[in-house]
Write a protein that binds this ligand. Structure first.
Ligand code: ADP
Length: 487
């Protein structure tokens, strides 16, 4: 495609012009044709009437001795009155009178098909180009009949110029061409205005998209219309702000991760340098190595949590039908020894019948382990924990309650944010990365659930996760067709 045709403006303008040309061509063709047919048939009728009149008038002259001079002057007066050449012939097609005196056909034969038809009793007609007069002519021949019987005495032949008809048609044609040209100029102007209106916002969008591709993410387009282009601009703005937000989140995330890694790395470095540079008692050396060990462990936890963050995005597609009862049982059994070791009591208020969930089993375990882990971590010896379920027809909630240190009210809104820890130093000491709850929230929301927290400082906290329950995946569910769902 030529490069010019790639522009929407040029294409719209060309389309307008082509459309206009096509419409004008078809309309013009139809109009001129109709006009020509109408005028010619009108002329034919007029000439036929004149021919009949002339034939009736000529009949008495042919009954007697024919006087060519008289006939010619009668023909001439008809000719002047009706603007046509008038010729009178006898049954042998010999010209008896001609309205054209000088150079006329008097005394010669008029050998024409129309005349033959007239002598046979019908009216002959013809439209032809006359080389002699260099114009289109209409010719009509009418029989001259005797009054008393059908005897044919001769024929009148009339020939009229069609030039006035064609002049009228040519005038209409000129008008059509002129109006087509004016319309084309107007259409081209209109196409330019319309395409300008269309392409300017598209160009703005293209520029903004290019700037985004160059890394200038803060792009915003002014929305000037409510049409499709306006909608496109609105969507672009939404997309640009999302990309921008994601970029900021990514930058913040990388900064947070670096910050989290720097603390244990710095303390490992101090430990290693001290071991390298100073002579120490074996006991002291062991303390440094233990510290390095703890920091390494902390980094492993952090990296594992980071991996978990990326992994559960992939897990999103995994959806199993998971019996909540079994998962909960497994998590509680695994946690129980830690609860006992810390001198805590675990109460279970778990319903007898729990629904199945459409979820990733591993994801669900991860959430429950995390909540229980926090509850154990932040509750002092002697306290208690409670795991409780509550099922309704369309949802199930599992809550983990503790009698631990609780969370201050002003910290509650941030508790699910990545790397957020109420007491940075203390949480870090306990091996927390500050990622646990944000992972929980992401997993829960991935499967259409929600997570909430209620807490009072120094009294305890309750974390509750809620999932929708779909009746169709429950064991024993009778599908509409009557078949039972087997899991
Ligand atoms: P961490 O790995 O540090 O536990 P989380 O995302 O699981 O990270 O928790 C974030 C912060 O929320 C914790 O550092 C702690 O301050 C607070 N928190 C979480 N659970 C509890 C709880 N059961 N009791 C008190 N504070 C909690």
């Amino acid at each position: 495609m030529p490069s010019m045709l790639k522009s929407i403006r040029v294409r719209i303008a060309l389309l307008f012009l082509l459309l206009l040309l096509a419409v004008m061509f078809v309309t013009g063709f139809f109009l001129l044709n109709t006009l020509e047919n109408y005028h010619i048939s009108l002329e034919k009728e007029k000439l036929e009437q004149t021919g009949l009149l002339a034939a009736e008038f000529m009949a008495p002259f042919l009954r007697e001795e024919v006087d060519p001079v008289l006939l010619s002057s009668v023909a001439e007066s008809f000719s002047r009155q009706f603007n046509a050449r008038v010729i009178v012939v006898d049954p042998r097609q010999m010209v008896l009178g001609d309205s054209v005196r000088i150079g006329g056909m008097l005394g010669t034969g008029l050998d024409r098909r129309e005349v033959e038809m007239a002598l046979e009793g019908s009216i002959g007609q013809n439209v032809q180009f006359s080389e002699l007069s260099d114009q289109w002519v209409l010719q009509v021949a009418v029989p001259i009949q005797a009054d008393d019987n059908d005897r044919i005495l001769g024929a009148t032949f009339l020939s009229a110029s069609l030039t006035p008809v064609f002049e009228t048609i040519a005038a209409v044609q000129r008008f059509l061409i002129a109006s087509t040209l004016v319309s084309m100029v107007l259409a081209a102007g209109l196409a330019i205005v319309i395409s300008h209106h269309l392409t300017v916002p598209i160009k703005e969008l293209t520029d903004a998209a290019r700037k985004m591709a160059e890394g200038k993410l803060e792009q915003k387009i002014e929305i000037k219309s409510r049409d499709e282009i306006g909608q496109l601009a609105r969507q672009f703005n939404i997309m640009a702000s999302k990309v921008n937000e994601m970029n900021q989140r990514l930058t913040r995330f990388v900064a947070d991760v670096s910050h989290e890694l720097r603390t244990p790395l710095a303390s490992m470095l101090i430990g290693i340098q001290s071991l390298q540079n100073y002579e120490m008692e074996p006991q002291q050396q062991k303390e440094f190595i233990d510290d390095i060990n703890i920091q390494t462990q902390r980094m492993i936890y952090l990296v594992e949590d980071l991996l978990e963050l990326t992994r559960h995005q992939e897990v999103a597609d995994i959806k199993d039908v998971v019996p909540l009862e079994l998962v909960l049982e497994e998590v509680l059994e695994t946690t129980e020894p830690r609860v006992q070791r810390k001198g805590l009591t675990l109460f279970r208020e778990v319903e007898e019948e729990l629904p199945c969930l459409e979820i990733s089993g591993e994801g669900l375990k991860r959430v429950l382990f995390n909540l229980l882990d926090n509850a154990i971590k932040f509750t002092s010896t002697g306290g208690w924990l409670k795991v409780k379920t509550q099922t309704t027809s369309h949802q199930v909630s599992i809550s983990v309650e503790d009698t631990g240190c609780g969370i201050p009210q002003d910290a509650l809104p941030y508790i699910f944010e990545r790397f957020y820890r109420v007491d940075q130093a203390r949480a870090r000491e306990m091996g927390g990365s500050g990622l646990g709850l944000s992972i929980c929230k992401e997993i829960v929301e991935l499967y259409g659930g929600s997570i909430t927290v209620a807490s009072q400082e120094n009294k305890g906290s309750v974390f509750t996760i809620t999932f929708p329950v779909s009746p169709s995946i429950q064991p024993g569910y009778q599908a509409e067709g009557g078949s039972e769902v087997v899991i």
